[in-house]
Design a protein around this ligand. Structure first.
Ligand code: HPA
Length: 287
């Protein structure tokens, strides 16, 4: 996408204004649910407003099955949060600026804390399909960075510190909530690759030697964009499969979505519990 900074900024403002007009003041937190993690489409009693991505000006609409594009505002104990169902990926052929557009607009709306989730292949020892992993750090192997160029210039520092991108306070809250729910929660480093083909066994050996515990095709652009805007971030991967070469059998997108679907509800419950506790603690969100 070749777009001038003034035009990109105007689009962001249009989207943000629309969110304010349709949904009112921003909630404190956003729960972004990745591939196949959107749970059932049944309406929840906590919902107080919904917008489809194609109703929000300039929001990119996910094209891949398993990714629904919807923003849902919900009331929980202590306040409100918004649930984002479906994200767009670089592998859909979109630019990195399109990929981060929704989180930038939501951050400009006023959301301070983001829980970003994804489906990932397990590389690290002890990470099994069905496990949840707190992302403690990442490897950006996408060959892209949303802060390249000047589009984000007015949004914050072009050279943000990335040494503590994932909030340790939110990680501790997540561990507490997971143990209350009786859900296991491991920790590890997430490597982001562009895809959409899955990795070769040699690539997985390389990622392992680089320190990756899980591999996926998302999340890192959003984390970088949100770090620039100084937002609080928690990242959680659902391990949907053993990464290539670590187990017999072929890797198929349908299987990844199926495993994601099975654990989607548990992941959403954990995310909402973290948000409730965070809201009730009155924490500022960043850090
Ligand atoms: N590789 C890359 N992305 C993924 C995988 C994987 O094994 N599983 C889910 N998303």
């Amino acid at each position: 996408m070749l777009i001038r900074p003034t035009e990109y900024r105007a689009r962001l403002e249009e989207a943000t204004e629309h969110l304010k007009r349709e949904l009112g003041p921003a909630p404190e937190a956003a729960l972004c649910l990745g591939s196949g993690l959107g749970e059932s489409s049944a309406r929840r009693s906590s919902e107080v407003g919904t917008l489809a991505f194609d109703q929000i000006p300039h929001f990119p609409v996910p094209a891949v099955p398993g990714h629904r594009g919807q923003l849902i505002l919900e009331d929980v104990q202590g306040g409100k949060f918004c649930r984002l169902l479906g994200r767009v990926h670089l592998y859909e052929g979109l630019s990195v600026q399109d990929v981060v557009f929704p989180v930038r607009a939501i951050a400009l709306w006023g959301v301070r804390t983001f829980i970003l989730t994804n489906a990932a292949g397990g590389i690290g020892r002890g990470l099994l399909p069905g496990d949840l992993m707190l992302i403690t750090d990442h490897l950006n192997l996408l060959g892209e960075n949303p802060l390249v160029g000047t589009l984000g210039d007015e949004l914050g520092d072009q050279f943000p510190d990335m040494s503590e991108s994932y909030s340790s306070e939110l990680m501790e809250t997540a561990e507490l909530c997971a143990s209350e729910l009786g859900v296991g929660l491991k920790r590890g480093v997430y490597a982001a690759v562009k895809g959409p083909s899955y990795e070769t066994p040699a690539e997985i050996r390389m990622l392992s030697s680089l320190g990756a515990d899980a591999v996926g095709m998302s999340t890192v652009p959003e984390v970088i964009a949100l770090r620039q805007m100084n937002r609080g971030i928690l990242g959680i991967s659902l391990i949907t499969n053993w990464a290539a070469g670590l187990h017999d059998g072929e890797l198929r997108h349908e299987d990844v979505l199926r495993v994601a679907g099975r654990s989607a509800q548990m992941l959403a419950r954990l995310g909402i519990k973290v948000i409730e506790r965070h809201l009730l603690s009155g924490a500022p969100g960043s850090g």
